[in-house]
Design a binder for this molecule. Structure first.
Ligand SMILES: Nc1ncnc2c1ncn2[C@@H]1O[C@H](COP(=O)(O)OP(=O)(O)OP(=O)(O)O)[C@@H](O)[C@H]1O
Ligand SMILES: [Mg+2]
Length: 525
């Protein structure tokens, strides 16, 4: 007799106002299998996972665990059935320690504080030592005493996984876990996933990166428009096939672009230094120019000052030393709004914190920076028709999947939230675009669209500063590549001369004009 699947969903159907998010979805997850779930933005992947985890109730359909039908009405019930989930947007509490976060929901009596009396202390110590035990068992490096806010994104994710393991999850749902990881961290995550799978944990792995599917998955299920369109294996499928299954058309995975014709400098940094939250120098004396008509890509392992650099350039963080000029104007203690009004667009790294007001409608989010200007306002009077018309046009152009323009942005799928930001920033009159991880969470079709669009904007005279953890993206889009390492730009190369290997080495701090005197800086103007 064959083993029953670890988990099976049959005919799962779920409607939200105006959308059929899941339409008779079937999914079989075998014991100890890593099962990749693919699908375009808004296909219904997260919805299905939220149903399995008890956050939503299906309208129709059944769920079986180890062959037994189960009814799951809450995450607690899901956990009781051995299901753990790491969400697309993390759910940790930054001011608490790792152990406290892990206790939350499991030991409610003491979860809120490690100061809560004697019993609290005992429980807390117990959690700490169990976390240490699990850490070493699964080679999952997690320090139970660290405050979550001090952890890197990769480490926070390990805490989320630890939380699930602590609760004895045998089925683990990972919703786009690699979207926020460096390639190195992703590789570490895959090791962890493989080792968990070998010990019998079954894993559902959602990703938009096809290479990862081939690196780690045993089976693949593809969704589109609320339905399962097919199921296959990495041996049978090719990247190209998966891409077209996901979006229902051919996708160009490679991009062709003509050489840039750069003009005057739009953004000039002169010995710019910026401090991080702890007052340490995160950006060190960076000098660079981004010119109209070019895309300057900043490559670097995350955490080397890119975030602080972008925050300083967009008014979210003070400049410690040095100068920033946008066109002829020098930035001085400027607010995000003042910078915006100088023609700077910003696609932020953290879309939920900085990019959107989640409870506002899609149409209002699309004019978040311009609602007080013509044509959206005349004097103090808001022009609703213009706002509606703007939304209609952008929803169509950027293929934002939303039941209506009035829908709150927070209910859109992750990738569609990202598209709202991109559409807003690219549709207002700007001369400089600062794009941090612009394709994070986008499906292959939307990435293709956005890449083409960025090149068109470049050709129309935008200056683009691109910060991306995806080396492929940097190489595909940039005209020049600056490599950031420990807060410094250690080298700047014309993209046509840059090889993946060289950039990779520079990202690890090997070579570069700052370290090897033999090499002349390429930055000329
Ligand atoms: N809480 C909600 N309220 C209303 N609509 C929702 C809600 N959650 C999801 N939806 C809708 O359901 C559809 C499927 O969304 P879902 O988040 O499952 O997509 P996804 O496949 O995870 O996409 P992505 O790759 O962008 O994360 C979308 O049209 C979305 O707008
Ligand atoms: Mg999703």
């Amino acid at each position: 007799m064959t083993k029953p699947p670890a988990l099976e969903a049959r005919g799962i159907t779920k409607a939200f106002p105006g959308v059929l998010a899941n339409d008779h979805v079937d999914l079989r997850l075998a014991q100890g299998e890593i099962h990749a779930l693919l699908g375009e933005n808004g296909a219904g992947k997260t919805t299905l996972m939220n149903i399995l985890y008890g956050l939503y109730q299906q309208d129709e359909g059944q769920v079986f665990i180890g062959g037994q039908e189960v009814d799951i009405h809450s995450p607690n019930e899901a956990i009781a059935h051995g299901i753990g989930m790491v969400h697309q947007h993390f759910m940790l509490i930054p001011v608490m320690t790792v152990a406290e976060n892990i206790m939350l929901g499991v030991e409610p009596r003491t979860a809120r504080s490690r100061w809560l009396g004697f019993i609290g202390q005992l429980d807390y110590r117990r959690v700490e030592s169990r976390v240490r035990e699990l850490s070493s068992q699964h080679s999952l490096e997690v320090d139970p005493t660290a405050l979550v806010q001090t952890l890197s994104v990769g480490a926070q994710q390990r805490v989320e996984i630890m939380k699930a393991l602590y609760r004895q999850a045998r089925i683990l749902i990972l919703d786009e876990p690699t979207a926020v990881l460096t390639p190195q961290e992703s590789e570490e995550l895959f090791q962890i996933m493989r080792s968990l799978a070998e010990r019998g944990t079954s894993i559902i792995f959602i990703t938009h990166k096809l290479k990862e599917v081939f690196a780690v998955a045993d089976r693949i299920t593809v969704m589109r428009n609320g339905q399962v369109v097919g199921s296959t294996t990495p041996e049978q499928a090719t990247e190209q096939q998966l891409a077209s299954m996901m979006v229902g058309r051919e996708v160009l995975l490679r991009l062709s672009k003509a050489p840039a014709h750069p003009k005057e400098a739009v953004l000039s940094l002169e010995n710019l230094s910026v401090n991080d939250d702890r007052g340490q120098k995160a950006v060190r004396e960076v000098t660079l120019r981004v010119r109209a008509g070019e895309i300057l890509g900043i490559a670097g392992v995350q955490g080397n000052g890119q975030t602080e650099l972008v925050e300083a350039l967009t008014g979210l963080r003070p400049i410690a030393l040095g100068q920033v000029r946008i066109g002829e104007k020098t930035l001085k203690e400027t607010s995000p709004r003042q910078i915006m009004e100088q023609g700077v667009g910003h696609i932020p790294e953290d879309r939920q914190k900085r990019g959107l007001v989640l409870r506002y409608s899609v149409e209002d989010n699309l004019v978040l920076c311009t609602y007080y200007q013509r044509p959206f306002a005349k004097g103090l009077i808001i022009q609703h028709e213009a706002i509606e018309e703007n939304a209609r046009r952008l929803i169509e152009e950027f293929d934002i999947r939303t039941p209506s323009a009035r829908t709150p942005a927070g209910t859109l799928s992750g990738g569609n939230q990202q598209k709202v930001i991109v559409a807003r920033e690219l549709s207002r009159p700007i001369k400089l675009l600062i794009a941090a991880q612009p394709t994070r969470g986008l499906d292959v079709g939307s990435i293709e669209f956005l890449h083409r669009r960025l090149i068109e904007q470049r050709d129309a005279g935008y200056a683009v500063l691109l910060v991306s953890a995806e080396l492929d993206e940097i190489l595909a889009l940039s005209d020049r590549i600056a490599v950031m390492y420990k807060g410094e730009i250690i080298d700047t190369l014309p993209a046509e001369q840059a090889t993946r290997e060289e950039i990779g080495l520079l990202m690890a701090g090997v070579g570069g004009h700052k370290t090897s005197p033999a090499r002349q800086p390429v930055e000329v103007n």
